[in-house]
Design a protein. Structure first.
Lengths: 217, 217
């Protein structure tokens, strides 16, 4: 499947020219981020909570404490959604009305299931860790039996998805181009700072490669 | 009111030591961001959509097209929620298990209402614009009657709210401090790039002060 089917859930009605249902494009947005907003219904109200994730194939993995309300609510639902948002810039038009953002956002829908098999759990945690900081899994002390036992790991098989992408300069009304108002784009980027070593290190250790090599995209 | 009351909605159960219900702290998180994830229920499924916002007093303003499904759904709900998330760093522990993020996240709950008065609408759009790019409202061409007419502006009066903040180094299990594994924090920051002038500018214009003065925090 190269394209997700449009459904009542994933179909983008506002600015459809910015929409994509292409699987590669949606997955590229998912893979270049690692925090999603996972949404659940609590007493009739929709709530979204930021949480780390990783993707393997058509599956997204989340994790948390066993009694985490968000995870338990996701598991209870027939269909859940996750939103991933990159903010790439401020689009400064001549008119306030045409101000916008450059962004890449994706939304995925699917059914959540609890992973109980020890090996599958461990693999899912590796997928999440490696999506956040590539290379860190092999540097750090990997999860032991007790840590695996007290961690809930949830898989969401992606059934519907779409993305919305805006790039480029502002688009003003024709008559506004004559105004003496500067217009353009202010790019925004997430930049890693210098790694800060834990003061509790018992002896000087070189900074891990995963920290030195980390880049946002 | 200096503190929000804890309710079933805003009470933080995971890592309660990182929770705050202090109004000033919650509002500081809201005011240092301008994209929230607004959550609504569609056919039983919770969906969250990124959107710009601004705060004035105890009210958050959102805007969009008149038929925007997210805004219409918010207006239909008895109680809605908005999430705001700052990602400040990757917390790299010795164990995979204790890896975490440094972050400041806030969630607010309230009832959404449509703003129909022309002046109130205009003021709300000013609040949103100035929260995103301080100074831009007076530089740009302000909304005309038709633009105000075709824009839906929604106010959410904040009734419940809380925030969760993590700062500082990793926290490992006592026995792991003897491992020869580097641990620390990789700070992450949103940095504005150089403003890119619209190629469609009819004559060279100096870059607007709002773009030159912009900083994330």
């Amino acid at each position: 499947m190269a394209e997700f089917q449009k459904t009542a859930f994933n179909k983008i009605n506002r600015s459809p020219n910015r929409a994509t249902y292409n699987k590669d494009e949606v997955y590229e947005i998912l893979d270049s981020h690692f925090i999603c907003h996972a949404s659940y219904v609590y007493q009739g109200t929709a709530i979204s909570i930021p949480t780390g994730y990783g993707r393997h194939g058509d599956t997204i993995y989340l994790h948390g404490a066993l009694k985490n309300r968000m995870l338990l609510s996701l598991l209870d639902a027939d269909k859940v959604s996750l939103s991933v948002t990159h903010l790439d810039g401020l689009v400064m038009a001549r008119s306030v009305f045409h101000h916008s953002f450059n962004y890449r956002s994706a939304i995925v829908f699917g059914k959540a299931r609890l992973i109980e098999d020890r090996e599958e759990k461990n693999e899912a945690l590796k997928v999440i860790t490696e999506n956040i900081i590539p290379g860190r899994w092999d540097e750090a002390r990997q999860p032991n039996d007790n840590e695996l036992k007290i961690t809930a790991v949830v898989a969401i098989d992606i059934e519907e998805a779409s993305a919305k992408i805006r790039t480029g300069p502002p688009s003003d009304d024709a008559e506004d181009y004559d105004l003496d108002i500067w217009a353009g784009v202010l790019p925004l980027q997430v930049i890693p700072g210098k790694p800060v070593s834990d003061e509790a290190l018992k002896k000087p250790l070189p900074i891990s490669n995963s920290a030195l090599d980390f880049s946002w995209d």
